[in-house]
Design a protein around this ligand. Sequence first.
Ligand code: M6R
Length: 608
Amino acid sequence: MCGIIGYVGKKRALPILVEGLTAMEYRGYDSAGVCLQDSGLVRVRASGKIENLRERLSQQSLGGTSGIAHTRWATHGIPDEANAHPHLDCEGQVAIVHNGIVENYRELREELEAAGHTLTSQTDSEVLAHLIETELQTSSGLTAIRRALKQVRGTYGLVVMFKDVPQTLFVARMGSPLVIGVGRQEHYIASDPSAILVHTRDVIFLDDGELAAVSVEGVTLMNLDQSVPKKQVERVTWEVATAKKNGEAHFMLKEILEQPEVIENSTRGRIDMIGTRAVLGGLRDVSDSLKEIDRIIIVGCGSAYYAGLVGEYLFEELAGIPVEVELASEFRYRKPIISTRTAVLAISQSGETADTLEAIREAKRKHALTLGLVNVVGSSVARETDAGVYNHAGPEVGVASTKAFLSQLTVLTLMSIYLGQLRRSLSQQKAGEVLAALYEIPNQIQEILRERSQVSAIVDRHRNMTNCLFLGRKYQAPIAYESALKMKEVSYVHAEGYSCGEMKHGPIALIDKSFPSVVLCPEDSVFEKTRSNMEELQARGGSIIAVTTNAQLVSHLCEDVIVIPETLECLQPLLSVIPMQLLAYEMAIARNFDPDRPRNLAKSVTVE
Ligand code: M6R
């Protein structure tokens, strides 16, 4: 969360900084700010989206060939201008931008205030500027920063500018990514490499515990323990795909509509129909280890976690491997029992989710084989896992995950087939059936998208609802959870996702005329049981929206029916989720909310 960009060189810094911030707005849009070296430190900040900052900047003419900038997702302190970064020390000698959380900021703040410092924000970050200011009395540059950071507990991606050292930026990393872009007589700093790849492809990825002084001439590195790390400049070869709305009103809609193509991209070159095989080059190097594993633990957050729950059914059915799915945010607090025969698979669109990264690090400490299923090429999860598979879904801009989720399900299907074949637990015939059915999915999604008016009619009738239950069984249970999450995050309707079997254990108490349920009930192996649950809802006066492959079988039980095409049970989630994404999107529009930038959220959650 939060985006950082810095520049030092010969060009005018401001346009580079604003462009970089714009590329990272998905990381947070509570406030934004810049600080430039223009005959002293000049700071401009604004609350809200980057366009507010841009407007403020347009009212003044700022020069300077070095500077730092930040877009914020609020953790400590309300999203107003006073809490916007960059933060300064008392004397305006030190400017900082910070990602992460200073966990002991309260104690540090009290000590600083007792020593006479006046802090002007409610943030945890501001203490860093004042700690460095204190250390400047007895030291300078990297040493002052290192000494200040020794007092800090928590995580940081930190960039510091000193008024008296105009052509140098100082950086430090602990648990929050930072990359240095190396140009000709210029350097860039960013929390997300994609923000600087338009300028340079030569980068230094900082590791935890590393600091650097970055000037026009070069980069001087140091560890927190004062040793000197050995680092190489790496060449980034992947492309930054640019995201455009393609004429649609919102990224969320555009990303829903492009899902047929997304499946094609996620499967391209990965299905060998002649050999009836899934081909996953990213797993080739670890195939011997994959033959030996006796368990998979899937970790992820939010939609990625729900994709993992579908993965659990897939891996167990197609590859015959026991699977557990864990919320990455809880994983390491449980003292997970991991052996060298455990594979830990991290699912993450961004590859930067702090909890997912920490789960992977925990798994590595315990010598598990670590795998990534990641959309953003070159992201931290991709770099820190032993092997993995990219989604190839293209950039996902909408905060609500849609096409990334779908591509996660697609790749999980391929991984299940790959593992089933590698371990000889999946017959050629079954693999062939699944691959052939997967091949049909893009057309079937197209069919659902053509019938979008089914969803619009339901939204018209239910736009004022305040609560909603989503129910599903077996493969559809995770889709019920995912659908509820989508509805909550973009339309602010209180929605709960439950497996049908759990309904009688509590949630059914909520049901009355004003509490509708969306029931995912394709004609699959558990259809009869799901239909019984619908009877139970109807008996209690609850209105039902059914998502089914066979309207005739359920229409007497529901007010509304959304019909989807039929496929294999293990692939049906790829179809049932589509109208649920549309439902959430259209509900947001009907209620006048911006689905691309829902309140209080950020696309990538880089703090724990
Ligand atoms: O980038 P990640 O896949 O690791 O993100 C995980 C969650 O933050 C993400 O899926 C979130 O729940 C989405 N906003 C859901 O739509």
